[in-house]
Ligand binder design. Structure first.
Ligand code: ASP
Length: 608
């Protein structure tokens, strides 16, 4: 029997088997004889009486040990330290009047111990478990099993369980089949680097861990299984950014005979239910907002804008081009843009704070940042002397600025100007308290370009994955102007995070081959890497589409956590290392020989 069903550990006799959890006793249980099993959360020695807060997954119960009435219990508890595991037998009593604790579910009662057994002793933990606070994250990850004892971490895992269970029930009720797909398999491109697994049986050959179950789920549609889902683990060997994990979990699904509205509608209904059922946060828009990729970039500079606040960007290229400001003119002549962000109420920024903003913009990739401080009478600006009064007035009008505002402008190639201003927009969303932590702002982004030009490689690449289809009527551009083709991709954004994405897929062999060709694959490469897909498409393939929803980030947002590591039981750290299991780590020469691997270290990593 497992602990969850209430069995005592093997070392304890049946006498110590718990009758209740530490979160369950109420005033109505008064006078009952009970047994509790749990950890010493806190111990207070009042000279005579010793009080213990006994903790398990379900809560805390106050246990009182009286040396007069139960010397054995008092003796054992006198030696017990935090995190000892105890079995406590005792009687439930109402707490004396005035000592009830309304903040605790069990706060009306206490257990008067008659006997106590130590089930397991404990060392002093490396950090306090009863205090939330800034414990070094490496320490928490190294001792994750202790960290997970903390209520906040427990609550996060409970929330995660509930959400995933809800997803499963929702999809089960709609005829979806939960089907597992291989972990050790061949490469499936989603734009990242593969994790490779060397083969022992096939010297010099490798499996790859899936970047997603993409090809399998499409093949399941060819199999006629019609509606597939999986809570799938995906593996991507990407450079570690602040909040990425080498492996992460997705709700992965695929449906036959659908249009994009069907998939988006299904996910929208599911996510509205999830938020309403599992969160107190307010949904900003129901139905979800929808922006095209072009609109999102134009207005917010990003294809995953945080829409809890507006703060739109304004394209002021035309105005800027008519001024005497040389950088504007040069940038525009080279195909760049000039865009501006109006920051309400920051017109009182001092020169020092403005200089800091310029530095910040440079960190974000800008070559410079133009600022205009809008006063009641006049406008101060880094470039004021190059602007005519009429031009200043036109700028204020275009950005809808009023006295007291600050205008920030970036002149650069569109990608840079958008990126820098989008990050400044987020910065001010936070600074001005506009990013309300209690609001959920969902938004669909649609109509992405199908392909992006890879200048270095001299060919096109997919903007999401190579299986995404063009929108109806858009395939014609593939032969004349591939960059113009609009795709059937849809991404779901929540509070500035991309929390999912999918598409209606290509299901025609010829079109799929054409897309691979544009991506620079030779006929031989196409056959070797994707021959199985193309062959499958010759045996009767239903039009199909699907989506993959990131679970970690969604739970983190609902849990009010900044990092996804807080909602994953055993995450890697920011440098992709597992500090608990000490991975990655060296292996023996014997193991390397078995998989036919010779290690050649980069020069700076060689042992002296
Ligand atoms: N393979 C996914 C899809 O369903 C996308 C992803 O895994 O990021 O489109």
């Amino acid at each position: 029997m497992s602990a969850a069903t209430g069995a005592a550990p093997a070392t304890a006799t049946p006498r110590w088997r718990r009758t209740n959890t530490c979160g369950s006793l109420r005033d109505t249980d008064a006078n009952r004889t009970v047994v509790l099993n749990g950890w010493v959360h806190r111990r207070r020695d009042h000279g005579g009486l010793i009080f213990i807060d006994l903790r398990d997954r379900y809560g805390l119960t106050q246990v009182v040990c009286n040396p007069e009435t139960s010397p054995q219990a008092h003796q054992v508890v006198a030696d017990a330290r935090p995190e000892y595991v105890l079995a406590v037998e005792g009687t439930v009593a109402l707490r004396p009047e005035g000592t009830e604790n309304p903040n605790l579910d069990t706060g009306a009662i206490e257990v008067l111990a008659s006997a106590v057994e130590v089930l397991s002793a404990a060392q002093t933990p490396p950090f306090y478990l009863h205090e939330e606070g800034s414990v070094d994250e490496s320490l928490r990850l190294r001792y994750r099993y202790l960290d997970l004892r903390r209520p906040r971490m427990r609550d996060n895992l409970v929330l995660r369980h509930r959400i995933v269970k809800h997803m499963r029930d929702f999809l089960d009720a709609r005829n979806f089949l939960d089907i597992e797909t291989p972990i050790v398999t061949a490469a499936t491109p989603e734009g990242a680097r593969d994790y490779l697994v060397p083969s022992r049986l096939y010297p010099g050959q490798f499996y790859a861990l899936p970047q997603s179950p993409q090809q399998f789920k499409q093949l399941l549609m060819v199999s006629g299984l019609d509606r597939y889902y999986q809570i799938a683990r995906c593996f991507r060997d990407e450079d570690q950014r602040a909040d990425r994990q080498p492996e992460f979990t997705q709700l992965d699904l695929e449906i036959s005979f659908v249009q994009r509205e069907d998939v988006m509608g299904l996910i929208e209904a599911l996510y509205i239910e999830l938020c309403e059922r599992h969160s107190e946060m307010r949904l900003l828009s129901n139905p979800f907002r929808r922006l095209t990729y072009a609109e999102a970039l134009e207005r917010y500079g990003s294809d995953r804008p945080d829409l809890r606040f507006e703060l739109p960007l304004t394209d002021i290229s035309e105005l800027a081009g008519a001024t005497e400001v040389q950088v504007f003119r040069t940038v525009l002549a080279n195909g760049g843009v000039v865009k501006a962000l109006r920051v309400p109420g920051c017109g009182d920024y001092t020169r020092r704070r403005l200089d800091e903003l310029v530095d910040l913009a440079k960190q974000f990739g800008a070559k410079g940042l133009v600022w205009l401080v809008v006063g009641e009478q006049d406008v101060r600006a880094s470039i004021r002397r190059y602007l005519r009064d009429g031009e200043v007035a036109a700028l204020l009008e275009a950005t809808e600025a009023v006295p007291g505002d600050l205008i920030l402008a970036v002149a650069d190639q569109p990608a840079v100007a958008n990126e820098v201003l989008a990050r400044l927009r987020d910065e001010f969303g936070a600074r001005l308290g506009l990013a309300d932590p209690n609001v959920l702002a969902f938004c669909w982004i649609v109509d992405f370009p199908l392909l992006e030009w890879e200048a270095d490689a001299g060919h096109w690449t997919f903007s999401h994955n190579p299986f995404c289809s063009p929108r109806p009527g858009e395939a014609q551009w593939l032969d004349t102007d591939p960059g113009r083709a609009v795709s059937n991709q849809y991404d779901l954004v929540l509070n500035g995070h991309e929390i999912g994405g999918g598409s209606i897929r290509i299901h025609q062999r010829a079109l799929q081959e054409r897309v691979f060709e544009l991506m620079g694959y030779s006929a031989e490469q196409i056959e070797r890497q994707f021959g199985h897909m193309l062959t499958a498409f010759e045996y009767g393939v239903p039009p199909h589409g699907g989506i993959a929803m990131g679970i970690d980030r969604f739970i983190a947002v609902l849990a009010g956590e900044d990092s996804i590591r807080e909602v994953i039981a055993f995450p890697k750290n920011q440098a992709a290392a597992d500090l608990l299991m000490q991975a990655p780590g060296p292996v023996s020469q014997g193991q390397l020989d078995e998989v036919h691997i010779a290690v050649r270290l980069p020069p700076d990593e060689q042992q002296p």
